[in-house]
Design a protein around this ligand. Structure first.
Ligand code: KG4
Ligand code: ZN
Length: 345
């Protein structure tokens, strides 16, 4: 019921997240009370990507402290919690296990229901913390390190249909791979985003994948773009031309944002959907946010994007989705709930 308090736990990749939300009344989204994050991204930096064993160990080390800190920030006590929600997939198997074990322990100790929820739907649910319930249907562009998908969301708690996806790399993965080849470390998104501010987005004409007239209308491809950046850097070095890193970053970023927004606006028009949500880690990107705003406005679409801190992985989005799922009357998960690394949306 409205007023109930939900703890959400996230551990699918390299961020340990805990968030507390309060269920809203009719027509209201869940209210964010407070959340805390611990990241192991520094420990993965020298490998250029997430090392699963390191991520699992880091979750173990930081889980209880992160949950305790979320309670302190929210000004809530464990005795106030009415339900626990936890990411059960998709994600790294060992990383998911840590969050599941913690969530099951808390739910059992406090004698409250447990809800296993989908990480991808959680990214979209993050937006309801800021902008209230989603109209039905809503078109969601989910862009993260592991996924680049277009979703028709009729109901966050149950009815979500995938209408497009990447055929190779995810958008965030392309950011991370390009950052790696430019020697910029991991994760690549925030660094490229910052460097691009000093670059010229029109300096280099990088390819826009799958935009030919006979290509799948709602699918994406980013591996050709990544290869093209690698070839540009190699050929510049071979010919002794200096590579202007900010120009490479800005031009790469422009190609990504261009394709993502063009296909999203097209899908919204084709499907007759008037509200677009952009979510996931790459939705924190400055250029993507700006171009999405520009193109949605031109097409008469309402655009909703969570603030950057709620775009990347966090526990609040899992609590938010848990709130929608619980309010929809879902049957709680049993203590046998297991993780599914390949859980579909
Ligand atoms: O959603 P997320 O935190 O984790 C997954 O579920 O994958 O997304 C992480 C991805 C990484 O690839 C990271 O490089 C990218 O989001 N990212 C960004 C930005 N911040 C994070 N990409 C572009 N611009 C950003 N500002
Ligand atoms: Zn994510």
């Amino acid at each position: 019921p409205p007023g109930s308090i939900l703890l959400g736990i996230e551990s699918s990749c390299d961020e340990t997240g805990a968030g507390l939300v309060r269920l809203g009344g009719p027509g209201e989204g869940p209210e964010l009370l407070g959340h805390e994050l611990a990241s192991s991204s520094d420990q993965h930096a020298r490998f250029g990507g997430v090392v699963p064993e390191i991520a699992s160990r880091a979750h173990l080390e930081s889980m209880t402290g992160t949950v305790r800190s979320a309670f302190a920030k929210a000004g809530v006590r464990p005795a106030d919690v009415d339900a626990v929600a936890v990411t059960c997939g998709p994600g790294l198997a060992g990383a998911l296990l840590v969050g599941l074990a913690a969530a099951k322990a808390y739910a059992a100790a406090w004698d409250v229901p447990l809800f296993g929820v989908n990480h991808l739907a959680g990214h979209v649910a993050a937006d309801t913390l800021e902008h209230g319930p989603l109209p039905s249907p809503t078109l969601a562009l989910l862009v993260s390190g592991g996924h680049t998908i277009l979703l028709r969301v009729d109901d966050l708690a149950g009815s979500i249909t995938q209408i497009g996806t990447t055929v190779d790399d995810a958008a965030g993965e392309a950011y991370d791979k390009v950052a790696r080849l430019l020697g910029l470390g991991y994760p690549g998104g925030p660094v490229i985003d910052a460097l691009a501010a000093d670059g010229d987005p029109a300096a280099i004409a990088f390819p826009r994948g799958l935009t030919g007239p006979r290509d799948a209308r709602y699918d994406f491809s980013f591996s050709g773009l990544k290869t093209s950046v690698a070839r540009y850097v190699e050929s510049s070095e071979r010919s002794g031309r200096a590579v202007r890193i900010p120009d490479v970053c800005a031009s790469f970023q422009e190609a990504v944002a261009d394709v993502l927004t063009a296909k999203t606006v097209r899908a919204a028009a084709d499907l007759g959907i008037s509200t677009v949500v952009v979510a996931g880690g790459v939705a924190a990107n400055g250029r993507l946010r700006a171009l999405a705003a520009e193109r949605c406005a031109a097409a008469g679409l309402t655009l909703r994007v969570p603030r950057p801190g709620l775009c990347t992985d966090n526990g609040a989005m899992i609590a938010a989705l848990g709130a929608h799922v619980a309010a929809a009357g879902a049957v709680p998960s049993s203590a046998l709930l297991s993780g599914d690394p390949a859980l579909p949306v």
